[in-house]
Design a binder for this molecule. Structure first.
Ligand code: NAD
Length: 252
């Protein structure tokens, strides 16, 4: 078994489900101690249980990434509890549909607050710690619907994720001399509830993928986690400010 993260402390936001949970468990399997953050304690507790079942260690830190005081406390708690912070996966996000003229102002603000401000706030505190403690690696979750392609009715989401790609590139240049390597993933449809359209079953989604994607299927959680672990590991040491698209060929 590869143990690329032995002795490392990893923070995963949005760790109570989907890509965040799968990635947290994958980090733990490779030797990391993993702090998982999200809004609700119960799903986070389940992720910590799964980390234990995978032979790893971790803890849950309830935090809303759109709240500055929560994010400051999150990084501080992870460091206090686990003795450092070497890797951060800023993955919490929400999706909301609506054509530009129909998006409600409150919905716009909320989406941007979580998807964009949440990533900025997370990086702000992670970078402050990492630059004073020998560096680290950061991976942000953008989306192929941001900087890479567009679908109708997802303007707010697409704008928030394109901004995550841009922020990632800027941060990568700003902090590489401090030993902090920053990259992003831009997934296409991955096997979580987020890739299900309203009222769609998993079987419906599988049929839809056969017609819209060169891969003819959704991406697996393992495929998403593998990309994150590679970007977070020393194996990608020459990769800086990259936005890794994993979308079954949607943007090919
Ligand atoms: P998911 O809904 O299972 O995961 C999102 C997680 O973020 C949830 O655990 C949720 O509780 C958490 N979260 C939401 N708002 C939060 C907040 N304010 N503070 C803290 N945590 C919060 O879906 P997922 O597919 O695993 O999504 C993970 C990331 O991947 C998201 O950023 C999403 O935009 C992105 N993404 C997903 C897909 C896909 O097809 N599944 C494609 C491209 C990008």
């Amino acid at each position: 078994m590869n143990r690329r993260f032995a002795g490392k402390v990893v923070l995963v936001t949005g760790g109570g489900s989907g890509i965040g949970r799968a990635t947290a468990v994958a980090f733990a399997r490779e030797g990391a101690t993993v702090a998982v953050a999200g809004r609700s304690p119960e799903p986070l507790a389940r992720t910590v249980e799964l980390i234990g079942e995978a032979g790893g260690e971790g803890s849950a830190i309830p935090a809303d990434v759109s709240r500055p005081e929560d994010v400051a406390g999150l990084v501080e708690t992870a460091v206090d509890r686990h003795g450092g912070l070497h890797v951060a996966f800023n993955n919490a996000g929400v999706l909301a549909a609506g054509a530009i003229a129909d998006i409600d102002e409150a919905d716009w603000d909320r989406l941007l607050a979580i998807n964009l401000t949440g990533v900025w706030l997370s990086m702000k505190h992670e970078i402050s710690y990492m630059r004073a403690h020998g560096g680290g690696t950061i991976v942000n979750t953008a989306s192929n619907l941001g900087a890479h392609m567009r679908l109708a009715s997802l303007g707010a989401y697409a704008a928030s994720k394109a901004a995550v790609s841009a922020l990632t590139r800027t941060a990568a240049r700003e902090y590489i001399d401090d030993g902090i390597r920053i990259n992003a993933i831009s997934p296409g449809p991955i096997d979580t509830t987020m890739s299900l359209q309203q009222g769609e079953t998993e079987a419906d989604r599988a049929d839809r993928m056969k017609t819209v994607l060169p891969a003819r299927r959704v991406g697996t959680l393992d495929e998403a986690a593998a990309a994150v672990l590679w970007l977070a590991s020393a194996e990608s040491s020459y990769t800086i400010g990259h936005d890794l698209v994993l979308d079954g060929g949607a943007t090919a």
